[in-house]
Design a protein around this ligand. Structure first.
Ligand code: IVH
Length: 670
């Protein structure tokens, strides 16, 4: 076998293995190899494809990690229009629907009931088994081409490797953000002081429109397919089509059911009305479809929706109870959040005694008072919301609520910044929950991933005066720990081992762990990739920071302020001394050539063929150097789309050549 042949064969083998493990993991919930082994396979494939791009297929599983950039989502016409469903809200209305069907096609038919998933509708076209194009619903006739982003969703096959499929077919389904992903994302947002996402549906649709598909890949969207459209008539009924789709590797929710009569439909509705809270995603109703395709055709369509299907919307779960008290929580960033303490009430199958009140504006808007009877509702969030007050039950002597003026934890006077809804405790360096919160943030998995310590241990150590900030952790000694009550030798050893292990956590995670306001894990990654080490980052001024892609003024100012504080600098010195990683490890970039030897580049804007990180790597792999800001010494500014005007101006003023992505490619090709 020639090298070429063996490379091709290996690429095929790897593709097959990866696809198999992916499918087992994401569709069948079976983990057959370790994450590490899986990553090794994927890494080998990425490397081979980079070296032999002629063998890279559009359906390669390496697309799952993203990297492709969509500058502008093209508007595309749907091959088959995407209609909507008419809604019903009561058993009466469903009976009318059932009567209409019987009148049109007689009594011999079945329904299929499905859950109505609350996400974003998608149409995906396959040609010769290969995923060709994925388009959002848009206005039903035209939608946005989001193919690159959709390819990162692991449960959507990039290729259907079967002989019994039509040359062309379309599947429709719902893209959603699983509730645990949504809640984790919001927790992180809260943690770094960013506004929260309203609900999983908005989060899913926002994610689908991100330009950088590697960011989409990180958000862990998922998809349930609920229709097959094709012209060969390979299935007679919708339920057969769903089974076929399942066989072909699509993610079909196992919750659908064939129902012979309306009573069974009602049973299905009743069952899921209460059970839906146990599902890993948000649902807002049931979809009832006539099962047989010929009967569907006979029933036909109105301008907007099929006559053979209908949605039954769940009533939003709401309960009335008494507001007993309000408590105020202080987070890591000092943000104060009011929480309603309620007389326990049963809501959507769980006992609820707390509800979020968001901020002072919300309290004012609701004019909520202690002793009021309030309505609580459950959405996709962990804790329910208060949606209103039953004024008819308001106690006579009730008083409007006074929002607290002082921090409930340390007594400092709270502040409220211009234009911000939240109150803050300004006592960053002395307020216990802020100090403990910073340590909790530091040890978490996405940050230093320190094993052997959790919130309770932090609480104990803090109260004993052993730790006040993250750097103190690395000064802990076995002697101090082994005799602690509820701790002991084994725990002490585990913790020290955990701390030791954290010393190899990469710089980008260390940077995130520092807990700089607005610097979440993605921003930390970008900053680490750009500045390479903490010293360069510390020396970066506001101008330099905002020149980094996706770093805005708010983040830049926060970074500058953080490093201005001598206490922070001192803590970093101590962490450095302890041996934490404060520089990015040189990537094992394959050297490609010396064509750019001695040349310096600044890159700005969004590019067609590369993510910014990939472009940066390309420059370095060919001997070039990336600079952080424009000066007269700079050789080239590579300009992508949406480049900031100030950069362009500066380069022009200093006479620095501005080149396009294509010019750059030519430079490499020459
Ligand atoms: S079938 C002709 N099945 O609901 C429309 N739709 O208003 C056929 N949806 O935009 C749609 N779960 O995104 C169907 N199991 C399900 C669904 C479902 C959610 C969404 C869909 C569509 C909207 C219909």
């Amino acid at each position: 076998m020639t090298t070429e042949e063996s490379v091709k064969k290996r690429i095929e083998e790897l593709t097959e293995q990866i696809n198999y493990y992916n499918h087992e993991y994401y569709i069948n919930d079976r983990s057959l190899i370790s994450d590490y082994e899986f990553d090794q396979l994927l890494y080998e494939l990425i490397q081979l494809e980079e070296k032999y791009p002629e063998y890279k297929k559009p359906e390669s599983p390496t697309q799952r990690v993203g990297g492709g950039i969509t500058k502008e989502f093209k508007t595309v016409e749907h091959k088959r229009p995407m209609l909507s469903l008419s809604n019903t809200y009561s058993e009466e209305e469903l009976k009318e629907f059932d009567m209409r069907i019987r009148k049109a096609i007689g009594d011999t038919f079945e329904y299929v009931c499905e859950l109505k998933f609350d996400g974003v509708a998608i149409s995906i076209i396959y040609e010769n088994g290969i995923l060709k194009q994925a388009v959002t619903r848009g206005d039903g006739t035209k939608g946005d081409d989001v193919t690159t982003n959709i390819k990162t969703i692991r449960t959507i096959p990039l290729r259907v490797n079967r002989k019994d499929i039509p040359d062309e077919f379309e599947v429709r389904g719902e893209i959603f953000m699983p509730l645990d992903v949504f809640n984790a994302l919001n927790k992180e947002k809260e943690d770094i002081g960013e506004p929260l996402l309203a609900n999983p549906r908005n989060a899913a649709s926002g994610t689908l429109k991100l330009q950088d598909s590697s960011q989409v890949a990180k958000r862990r969207l998922d998809c349930y397919i609920y229709s097959l459209l094709e012209d060969n008539g390979i299935a007679e009924t919708h339920s057969q089509a769903l089974s076929l789709l399942k066989d072909w590797g699509f993610n079909i929710s196992p919750t659908f059911r064939v129902c012979k009569v309306l009573d069974e439909v009602m049973e299905y509705i009743k069952h899921w009305d209460s059970e839906r809270w146990k599902l890993p995603l948000a649902t807002d109703g049931i979809v009832i479809k006539v099962n047989n395709f010929k009967q569907q055709e006979a029933l036909g369509y109105t301008a907007k929706s099929p006559k053979w299907a209908v949605a039954f919307k769940f009533k939003s779960e709401s309960a009335a109870t008494v507001l007993e008290d309000i408590s105020y929580q202080v987070g890591r960033t000092g943000a104060v959040t009011p929480v309603a303490n309620l007389k326990p009430v049963l809501l959507a199958g769980t006992r609820v005694k707390r509800a979020s009140l968001h901020n002072a504006n919300e309290i004012e808007r609701l004019d909520i008072r202690i002793g009021d009877t309030v309505f609580v509702e459950k959405g996709g969030e962990i804790i329910p919301k208060i949606t209103g007050v039953d004024l008819s039950k308001r106690p006579e002597n009730s008083q409007p609520l006074q929002y607290i003026k002082k921090c409930p934890e340390c007594g400092s006077t709270l502040i409220r910044k211009e234009g911000e809804a939240l109150h803050y405790c300004p006592n960053e360096k002395g307020c216990p929950p802020q100090l403990k919160g910073k340590i909790e943030h530091f040890i978490q998995r996405k940050a230093m991933a320190i094993e052997g310590i959790g919130p309770e241990t932090i609480e104990m150590f803090f109260n004993l005066g052993l730790i006040k900030n993250p750097a103190d952790l690395y000064d802990l000694k076995f002697e101090q720990l082994k005799g602690l009550e509820r701790f002991g030798e084994k725990s002490a050893q585990n913790l020290l081992a955990g701390l030791e292990k954290s010393k190899s956590v990469p710089f980008r995670q260390v940077l995130f762990a520092l807990g700089i306001r607005y610097v979440g894990s993605t921003v930390a990654e970008k900053l680490a990739a750009h500045y390479k080490n903490i010293d360069q980052l510390m020396n970066a001024d506001f101008e330099s920071l905002i020149s980094v892609h996706e770093i805005g003024e708010r983040i830049a100012q926060s970074v500058v302020d953080y490093f201005k504080d001598p206490d922070n600098v001192n803590m970093i010195e101590r962490l450095k001394h302890a041996g934490l990683q404060f520089a990015e490890q040189e990537t094992q970039n394959r050297k490609e050539s010396n064509k750019l030897e001695g040349k310096t580049f600044v890159i700005s804007g969004v590019f067609k063929n590369f993510s910014r990180e990939a472009l940066q790597q390309k420059i370095e792999a060919n001997g070039g150097k990336i600079l952080s800001s424009i000066s007269s010494k700079l050789n080239f500014l590579i300009a992508g789309d949406n480049m900031g005007p100030s950069k362009k101006e500066k380069a022009e003023k200093l006479g620095v050549p501005i080149i396009s992505e294509d010019d750059f490619m030519k430079m490499l090709a020459d």
